[in-house]
Design a protein. Structure first.
Length: 650
């Protein structure tokens, strides 16, 4: 940084500004009221109506969250480029005279095919390419694809347009996982390509709650400039703000939202729906884990995504709202119901009068995929002040380049707070609502080609299953057209024995023994599914993974496969007894254990997949190095909803 740049930067860093509440009060915006970000946005828009607009191109626009914030600070969004039709419908609904983007044009097109035509001189570009390939959810489900995935290289289209249009600057937004993806390789590629077209880069990871959003959401922000320097604005809320102002809470944000009668219905359906009732606000499924002190843990520690059965705390910002999720994906309201779409908009600071198109699922997707407009407004104010020399009549406080924010440190301290909250709730609970006495049973079962195991009528069944609880849990699996009981002296084709691994496992049985009297290969899968069904039927655990524990931890169970004069499943013996599971193994070690040539490993792996095992390699998870394999669990875990079910090993 040269002397002129240091002088320019000091002009902003040296001006400490005023606390945000005072700044807003002077503008006529009371931040103690619900939906105050809407008011703040309208005040800023009115204040700048006579200023020269900043001609702005929006890329990867989504539903327009980033665009709303920049629009309110006088950036005239003249064109939005977005590939998803449902997002384009929303953008078009809000484009035109008297709407959010009065001079805009929506281009519903793949950015790789986009060519800017008839645009005036572009001053600024905003946008963030799809982030799933770098996101936490994406990393866990698919591995870090990064720039090896076609979505991970779309930033190059951003670079192409920067080189062609040569704006003064740009703002690039994405998930913070970009920095660590592929051991930093993807991040270095991104920095180099932006720099190579003539932009100096300034970047930080920010938490949106620090800037007036009632939601914790960490985002990577890059500001690139042709000339000059940039200082990021100081947080307006939380411990890192000038006055340590309280966060904008979930309760404050949604308190004035009018609900339809259908939106007031308490409870959620499904197998886990009833569990939400006892979860204290601020906690999630982990309330029902041994680590949180639950007397009858249903789940294993860190075995689910953090939004699974997550109930919002009214007195804090919510955790990150996901764009897509399942039946149990939070945040849920502290009154044990889903948040309405209007409440979701408030939690994302999307203005009440901004129209979203589509059904509930589509609108929630658009909300969860958006940048909170309030964060965008604060960044836009900082950019206009420093890059376009706009006089606002107030000064923001700015961060020194070396100044560290504390949201990551505070996040690491949350576990102890959650444990204390769980302990308090459990102490007040009169009787656990998740525990039943084990019951013996006999039923018919079917197993689909996607490993969906369910009870059925005899005429639809593949197997007849008998479960008997008496000291041990004993399960017998037979083909449905065989005799209901084994003939005297008949030996099972194979047996599986499961016992706790040096710690209690939350049920009366000292061990589980499954005897299978069928030569059908899928009877092996059915045997494990029958064990899982008993855990579920008796409200002991949510599934086998919860009994075992997440694969990155020491297994809580020991298992053994006993093959009676049958070599059909012999290759699974070292899988079941955990000799080759729970860790990454090179191909030659697997071949050695299985006593085969290395080129035969793929055939054994495919056999396991055919039995419902989740087995991973570089083809299923690109972050796994070629020649490495991971078998997470000793038992089959694939279901119709498994991401791995749709992947191939070669």
């Amino acid at each position: 940084m040269n002397k002129q740049e240091r002088t320019s930067l000091f002009k902003y860093i040296g001006s400490q500004g005023v606390p945000f509440a005072e700044l807003c009060g002077n503008l006529g915006c009371d931040i103690s009221k619900p939906a105050w970000p809407d008011t703040f946005g309208k005040i800023m828009s009115g204040k700048l109506k006579d200023e020269k607009p900043i001609t702005t191109l929006s890329l990867f626009s989504g539903a327009g969250g980033l665009d709303i914030g920049f629009h309110d600070v006088g950036f005239d969004v003249i064109e939005c480029v977005e590939i998803e039709r449902k997002f384009c419908d929303t953008l078009e609904r809000n484009t035109g005279e008297g709407k959010y983007f009065p001079h805009g044009r929506v281009r519903c097109i793949d950015i790789r095919e986009y060519r800017p035509t008839d645009l005036p001189k572009t001053d600024f570009i905003i946008g963030g390419p799809p982030c799933q390939t770098f996101s936490a959810a994406g990393r866990r489900a698919n591995g870090v694809l990064g720039t090896t995935d076609e979505r991970g290289v779309l930033f190059r289209e951003y670079v192409r347009l920067l080189e062609e249009l040569e704006p003064k600057g740009f703002l690039f937004e994405n998930v913070y996982g970009v920095i660590g993806a592929q051991r930093g390789q993807a991040w270095n590629e991104i920095l180099k390509e932006f720099s190579d077209v003539g932009y100096k880069l300034f970047f930080r990871i920010l938490d949106t709650a620090d800037f007036g959003t009632p939601q914790h959401r960490e985002r990577l922000i890059i500001v690139g400039l042709k000339n000059g320097v940039f200082a990021f604005p100081r947080p307006t809320h939380g411990p890192d703000s000038l006055d340590g102002a309280s966060y904008y809470t979930a309760k404050q944000a949604v308190s004035s939202v009018a609900l339809e009668e259908s939106e007031k219905v308490i409870g959620i359906n499904g197998r886990y729906g009833h569990l939400l009732n006892d979860i204290p606000p601020g906690l999630n499924y982990s309330f029902y884990t041994e680590e949180m002190g639950h007397p009858h843990p249903v789940f294993a520690w860190r075995s689910k995504f953090s939004d699974f059965l997550y109930k919002a705390d009214p007195d804090t910002p919510v955790r990150t709202i996901k764009a897509q999720g399942g039946q149990y994906t939070g945040p849920f309201h502290w009154d044990n119901r889903p948040f309405s779409v209007a409440e979701h908009k408030r939690l994302q600071t999307i203005p009440d009068d901004y129209e979203l198109t589509g059904n509930r699922t589509t609108r929630i997707h658009q909300i969860g995929n958006s940048v909170p407009p309030q964060l965008a407004r604060m960044l836009a104010i900082a950019i206009r002040s420093q890059i376009f020399d706009t006089k606002f009549g107030f000064d923001l406080s700015y961060l020194d380049e070396q100044e560290q924010l504390g949201f990551r440190r505070r996040k690491r301290q949350l576990t102890d707070k959650y444990k204390a909250k769980a302990a308090k709730a459990l102490a007040e609970e009169e009787a656990p609502s998740t525990f039943n006495a084990e019951k013996s049973d006999l039923y018919y079962a079917a197993l689909s080609d996607t490993f969906d195991y369910k009870r059925v009528d005899k005429r639809e069944a593949d197997f007849v299953v008998e479960a008997h609880w008496n000291g041990d849990l004993k399960i017998a699996v037979r083909e449905v057209d065989s005799a209901s009981k084994a003939s005297e002296g008949e030996l099972p084709k194979f047996s599986i024995v499961i016992s706790p691994n040096n710690s209690p496992w939350g049920m009366s049985a000292e061990r589980i023994k499954v005897e299978v009297y069928s030569g059908n290969p899928l009877a092996y899968t059915a045997a494990w599914k029958a064990v899982e069904a008993e855990l579920i039927q008796n409200n002991i655990k949510a599934d086998l993974v919860q009994l075992c524990g997440y694969y990155q931890y020491t297994p809580k169970i020991r298992s053994q496969l006993l093959c009676a004069n049958d070599s059909l499943f012999a290759f699974l013996i070292p899988v079941v007894d955990d000799r080759i599971t729970h860790r990454m193994l090179p191909e030659h070690e697997l071949a050695e254990v299985w006593n085969i040539q290395e080129d035969g490993v793929i055939e054994y792996a495919q056999k396991m997949r055919n039995l419902g095992y989740e087995i991973r390699n570089s083809n299923t998870n690109p972050q796994i190095e070629s020649g490495q394999w991971l078998i997470p669990y000793a038992f089959p875990t694939l279901t119709p909803l498994s991401v791995q079910l749709r992947k191939t090993l070669r």
